[in-house]
Design a protein around this ligand. Structure first.
Ligand code: CMC
Length: 382
């Protein structure tokens, strides 16, 4: 086997088929079940997109009403889950907190299934588990931020839809419509992206016939890294380091001299710009106007212009979403947990798809260690 046969990082490898989303870097488009993501972001509530990803079609008005009723009924944080979060150090990373909470939910929901052969569950059970995780994640993520700020937990409001209720749970104030709209768009844009690292992780775990919760916990671990979901947090650290637009050139000179990766730029699949960025940038612009923060827009575009002109590498979704979440009032460390709350829909759609047409995912490796050798005193059995 030559080095050319090895696809390091699985770059360019088509590992399976999927009917959930289509990424086309040539046309710079991303389709969820056939619909362009920017059309969904402009017209749909996130609940309808979750339904679409799981069921393959947008819901009718009555299907959406039923779906929302189930979502509302499953929003509350169970006392055992809250206790598990409270048992963690206050300075645990929020991604570890959410990963732990999902693991605890999994242990509770699958209690009594002692036999690993039954761990995988039925498609109906897994759809229900997916919806329940989708419904409770806003409470987990919001409580995490409130706990770190020393604030009491806020209960859900049945009169608010998913996005508005999420913001209510975090801030304890009814959000303005422009903020709800920007947040809803971000959730839709983050929902699904074919075989990205965390989704593929979920599919690998699912392929062993492990359970949905184990697959989601593994996916959260993959998402945490700054080359993937952790980039939205990392973008904000960069903005904080740079300070104002005046600081961009000097900061970039130093960062590139140190061969740093500039977080929020570049993509394994898109090489001429991320299809989701224009929609999220428009949402960021609406927040800049709403909060009257032209300085944020100036820093954003100065760094983008400078980096693109020097390296020809374009922003990805994490670049506009980081400052957008900051303007809304989220702590920087909460940004990637927000990504979890969105991507739970894509992950679980892929888990269901993998279960429906499973093959164990088990690639090969080429050995490059020492040649065969032997223990001197070893005598083989005769
Ligand atoms: N800053 C500086 N240089 C970069 C960057 C960047 N952000 N992205 C790519 N490059 C350079 C890289 O150093 C390499 O240069 P050379 O050929 O001279 O060694 C070249 O471009 C190719 O990069 P690569 O890392 O081999 O490409 P990849 O397809 O493996 O990486 C990536 C994709 C996303 C890991 C990378 O662009 C990166 O590290 N970006 C920063 C982290 C980030 O924003 N991640 C979010 C990804 S998209 C949304 C998500 O999943 O959350």
């Amino acid at each position: 086997m030559s080095d050319n046969d090895i696809k390091k990082g699985l770059a360019g490898v088509v590992a399976d088929v999927t009917a959930i989303s289509k990424v086309n870097p040539e046309t710079n488009s991303l389709l969820y079940r056939g619909y362009p993501v920017q059309e969904l972001a402009a017209t749909q509530p996130f609940e309808a997109v979750a339904y679409l990803l799981w069921h393959g079609e947008l819901p009718t008005a009555s299907e959406l009403a039923d779906f929302r009723a189930t979502e509302r009924a499953n929003r509350a944080l169970a006392p055992e889950v809250k206790a598990a979060i409270d048992a963690l150090p206050i300075d645990s990373h929020p991604m570890d907190e959410v990963r732990t909470a999902v693991s605890v939910i999994g242990a509770i929901e699958t209690a009594g299934i002692g036999n690993v052969l039954d761990a995988v569950g039925t498609p109906e059970q897994n759809l229900e588990r997916s919806l329940k995780l989708f419904a409770v994640l806003p409470a987990i993520v919001s409580y995490g931020q409130r706990r770190r700020r020393g604030q009491r937990i806020v209960e859900s409001r049945d009169d608010l839809d998913y996005a508005a209720n999420f913001l209510w749970l975090t801030f304890g104030e009814e959000p303005d419509a422009v903020v709800v709209d920007a947040f809803n768009r971000s959730m839709i844009l983050y929902a699904e992206h074919s075989f990205n690292a965390s989704t593929f992780t979920a599919r690998v775990i699912t392929s062993t016939l492990s359970d949905l919760y184990s697959a989601v916990v593994g996916a959260i671990g993959a998402l945490k890294g700054p080359l993937h979901g952790g980039a939205n947090e990392a973008v904000m650290h960069i903005f904080d380091e740079i300070g104002t637009a005046d600081g961009v050139k000097g900061w970039l000179d130093r960062a590139l001299a140190e061969k740093r990766k500039i977080m929020g730029f570049g993509h394994r699949v898109y090489k001429r710009g991320d299809s989701r960025v224009p929609t999220m940038k428009a949402a960021l612009d609406s927040l800049v106007q709403h909060y009257d923060r032209p300085d944020v827009a100036e820093l954003y575009s100065t760094l983008e212009d400078e980096f693109v002109s020097r390296k020809g590498i374009y922003p990805n979704l994490d670049y506009p979403s980081g400052p957008a979440y900051n303007l809304i009032g989220y702590d920087t460390l909460t940004f990637t947990p927000l990504f979890i709350a969105a991507r739970i829909t894509g992950w679980t759609a892929h888990i269901l798809e993998q279960q429906a047409s499973n093959a164990l995912i088990r690639p090969l490796s080429a050995y490059n260690g020492v040649d065969e050798r032997h223990i001197q005193e070893y005598e083989p059995d005769t």
